[in-house]
Design a protein around this ligand. Structure first.
Ligand SMILES: [Zn+2]
Length: 466
């Protein structure tokens, strides 16, 4: 049998006859599992064909509307016929783009203009842009090109450099909506804060630092630079992720503040910051609320203690002292109950017990113990009574199933060791990736292109520029 597929276009005016154009014709013989319905190549050909016809007809109608002066309704003379190429999710289409002389009834800067070229100045449809950058934030650029090209009729219209350019373009647009940086976003005075309505439950904000490989040799130290990622969670459990490249981002505080504001932060509301205790992340916790507190994430304490415990297994009792493991458990217990003094004392004793001359393993254990002790000492003002907090249902750790760092950085940025990034490239891609993970990228596109259908129920938190 032969299956013919046609596009029938009906104009709004009933008098105009409908137009019929054939898109494809498929032959089918005897039925088998592999000949049932459409095949991928046919579907791609079909989509591309429909797209070319639809776009040509829509553009034709648009050109008709632009053909007369919008003031005096006089027909405009045509200066020439041109074509423009436009990338769409369903293939690259060629559109007729006539050039008209402007009407002399009004003053104009130019003598002629091309309405179609002016309307499609970006030369990629918003939907294509959105899908490109969305997948590019989840997969390497090369895989993104392959994926979109395999499933959609867009062979040869995408390349890794196009994708990289579009990621930058979209991310820069998001970045341009962010207001100016300030050293503090605390507004008003205690009298005013007191009169505010009853605040919602504290915002819990986790902040972590991670490292990605640098492409340039500008950071000679170890060929990597620091990326900060985190998420802010409301009492109701709504989460917004964020990420930035420290030292590159000029508005880190504003970035966080806009997220808190979109989550309804008021000046009498508490914010609990959970961090890994690093200097750059701690610095970011300042200036957001008079009610903010900083806590060393319990996850980072237990993680380091686990590493110490494993390291101790490779060192004999004679070299590390008796009851090392039990004592390490006591350190954990002291820290859990905010008894930093006892924990530090015990850590010092443990360190003294290790015979550093005995073996490289013992030396390493002593060094790691010392680093842990320094770490606790530097963060002692941020070690609360975790036990009490835990019993009261208050946040002590952000690491539920996997850490933010792993979710936001490792999976896309460092999984392959050969992947190297510029600060700008990593920062901009993070702006897309955090929104894709939050399901808010499509909402941003909808704000820029109000006619766009996204099919996503999620609402973007209002990120108003101010
Ligand atoms: Zn006119």
């Amino acid at each position: 049998m032969r299956i013919r597929i046609q596009v029938i276009t009906e104009a709004d005016q009933e008098a105009t006859p409908a137009r019929v154009e054939e898109v494809a014709c498929f032959e089918r013989g005897s039925l088998s599992p592999e000949t049932l319905g459409l095949q991928l190549d046919e579907a791609k050909q079909l989509l591309a064909g429909v797209q070319q016809i639809m776009t040509a007809q829509q553009v034709e109608e648009y050109v008709e509307q632009q053909r007369q002066c919008s003031h005096c309704q006089q027909p405009l003379a045509c200066k020439g016929h041109h074509q423009i190429g436009l990338r769409t999710l369903f293939g690259k289409v060629t559109l007729a783009s006539p050039r008209f002389y402007t009407c002399s009834c009004q003053p104009h800067q130019k003598r002629s203009w091309s309405p179609v070229a002016a309307l499609f100045c970006e030369r990629s449809t918003p939907e294509l842009l959105c899908q490109e950058v969305r997948w590019a934030s989840l997969l390497p650029y090369g895989v993104t090109v392959k994926l979109l090209g395999d499933l959609l009729p867009m062979e040869h219209q995408l390349s890794t450099s196009t994708i990289s350019r579009h990621v930058h373009q979209v991310a820069e647009r998001l970045e341009s909506e962010l207001g100016d940086e300030q050293s503090s976003f605390i507004e008003g005075c205690p009298d005013q804060w007191y009169k505010l309505p009853e605040p919602a439950a504290p915002l819990v904000v986790s902040l972590d630092g991670g490292y990605v490989h640098a492409r340039s040799k500008e950071s000679r130290k170890d060929g990597s630079f620091e990326v900060i990622v985190g998420k802010s969670t409301t009492g109701e459990g709504a989460t917004t992720r964020f990420g930035l490249v420290s030292g590159y981002d000029t508005k880190p505080r504003r970035r966080l503040f806009e997220i808190f504001r979109a989550q309804g932060l008021q000046m009498n509301q508490a914010i609990t910051f959970l961090t890994d205790g690093g200097d750059t992340v701690r610095d970011l916790t300042e200036g957001h609320s008079p009610q903010s507190s900083h806590i060393l994430d319990w996850f980072h304490i237990t993680m380091r203690l686990t590493v110490l415990g494993q390291m101790a297994k490779g060192v004999s009792v004679e070299q590390k002292g008796e009851k090392f493991e039990e004592e390490l458990e006591r350190v954990k217990w002291f820290l859990w109950h905010s008894n930093v003094y006892k924990a530090l004392q015990l850590l010092e004793w443990l360190e003294l017990d290790v015979d550093v001359q005995a073996s490289p393993e013992a030396r390493k254990l002593a060094r790691t113990l010392h680093e842990f002790e320094q770490y606790i000492r530097a963060n002692q003002s941020s070690i609360p009574n975790y036990g009490d907090r835990y019993r009261n249902g208050e946040a002590i750790s952000s690491a539920v199933a996997e850490s933010s760092v792993n979710q936001m950085i490792s999976k896309r940025f460092v999984k392959k060791q050969q992947m190297r990034w510029t600060k700008q490239g990593a920062h901009l891609l993070l702006q897309i990736r955090t929104r894709v993970l939050d399901d808010t990228l499509a909402a941003a596109f909808q704000r820029w292109y109000p006619g766009m259908e996204t099919g996503e129920p999620h609402q973007e938190p209002t990120l108003a520029a101010s």
